[in-house]
Write a new protein. Structure first.
Length: 363
């Protein structure tokens, strides 16, 4: 009887399609254990991405799925999260304290990329991951202002910097190290070296995800990222207008050439709803992000409206994910964060950090 129920439960669970992985729980290898007892059934499920915001929905959906075949026992569902490191560019070794590096790029300035980057980092943390952000815009760092941080980073060993923490995430920026009004009059090689030092000389503490907020364009910073930094995947931010899409296309082509997988496209400023009358208007055209995603066979991760509250809250040092955690904007960012993390979890895992480095010397 118990064996028959076990098999029936296993079959039912195989019918459940994870909405973010787009796979059933069996194919996703999410079924860790099924324990059938006289008065209760206990099921352990394990996922490779953070999903705290929808855990209750998962629980209810799976209980509803199993209730017709488990009529006389209690159903206990235990959720587990195991975020793995994933392969970046071929032959490049990952950072010891960072499992996954995700680049957020736009190709064009003024599309809300930095706002998206910081809110995605905060959303990943809200979903249950350990997340951090590296501000790679050396010429125009904006994350100190967006996170409301004015301190300078400390050091314990005089060699590495401790990341500054705010709102539950770790962060590092050149903006923490220079005067806020000081212009960065540096040539390309100096900028590239600064990026590498910010990444490698920061004592990141056991991060599941490090978001890198890239400057616009496809120049020195992006080239350094591709050649020197193990990036697990990239997210492209655009608005629906043609000029933004043209530059976003260049960014995608660049990542494709250096073999960094595109996790998806985010469309910013997709629509504007008048705060006075409620009229909705597509100021920057419509459907651009979706057509770009289709063109390159990647996911449209989500769309954000043009809303003054996003700008005010982020510029004020308390982005929407923190300022209004259950608000519509925060929920969009959190859904996007789950989707990109789930997409990343399907990539090949990186086991390089689990093996020792073997050096052969001839005496």
């Amino acid at each position: 009887m118990a064996d028959g129920l076990y098999q029936a439960i296993e079959k039912k669970l195989a019918d459940y399609i994870d909405p973010y992985l787009q796979q059933n729980l069996a194919i996703a290898k999410a079924i860790k254990a099924i324990q059938v007892e006289k008065e209760a059934v206990t099921i352990d499920l394990i996922f490779g991405y953070p999903f705290a915001g929808i855990q209750q929905q998962y629980l209810q959906a799976i209980q509803d799925l199993l209730r017709p075949i488990i009529v006389d026992r209690e159903i206990n569902i235990k959720f587990h999260q195991k975020i793995e490191s994933h392969v970046g560019q071929k032959g490049m070794k990952g950072l010891p304290q960072v499992k996954n590096i995700i680049a957020v790029a736009s190709g064009k300035g003024g599309v809300g990329k930095s706002t998206t980057a910081v809110n995605l980092t905060l959303a990943l943390a809200k979903e249950g991951a350990r997340a951090g952000i590296l501000d790679a815009d050396i010429y125009g760092p904006s994350q100190p202002s967006m996170l409301g941080i004015q301190e300078r980073p400390a050091t314990k060993d005089q060699k590495t910097l401790l990341p500054l923490e705010r709102h539950g995430i770790q962060s590092m920026s050149i903006g923490y190290l220079i005067d806020v009004n000081a212009p960065m009059v540096w040539r390309g090689p100096m900028v590239s070296m600064a990026l590498q030092q910010l990444l490698h000389d920061t004592h990141w503490e056991d991060l599941d995800y490090l978001i890198i907020d890239l400057p616009p364009g496809t120049g020195d910073i992006q080239l350094t990222l591709a050649q020197k930094i193990p990036v697990s995947g990239a997210v492209i931010v655009t608005t629906p207008q043609d000029l933004a899409l043209l530059d976003a296309t260049r960014a995608i082509e660049m990542f494709n050439k250096v073999n960094i997988p595109i996790l998806g496209v985010i469309e910013n400023m997709s629509t504007h709803i008048c705060s006075q009358c409620g009229f909705e208007e597509r100021i920057f055209s419509a459907g651009g992000g979706e057509s770009l995603a289709k063109q390159y066979h990647v996911d449209l991760l989500g769309a954000l409206p043009l809303d003054i509250r996003i700008r005010e809250q982020t510029d004020g040092g308390t982005p929407p994910v923190i300022a209004d955690p259950e608000g519509k904007h925060a929920l969009i960012y959190r859904a996007i964060a789950r989707q990109l993390a789930a997409k990343l979890s399907l990539q090949n895992k990186d086991y390089s950090s689990k093996f020792p480095t073997i050096v052969i010397k001839s005496d």
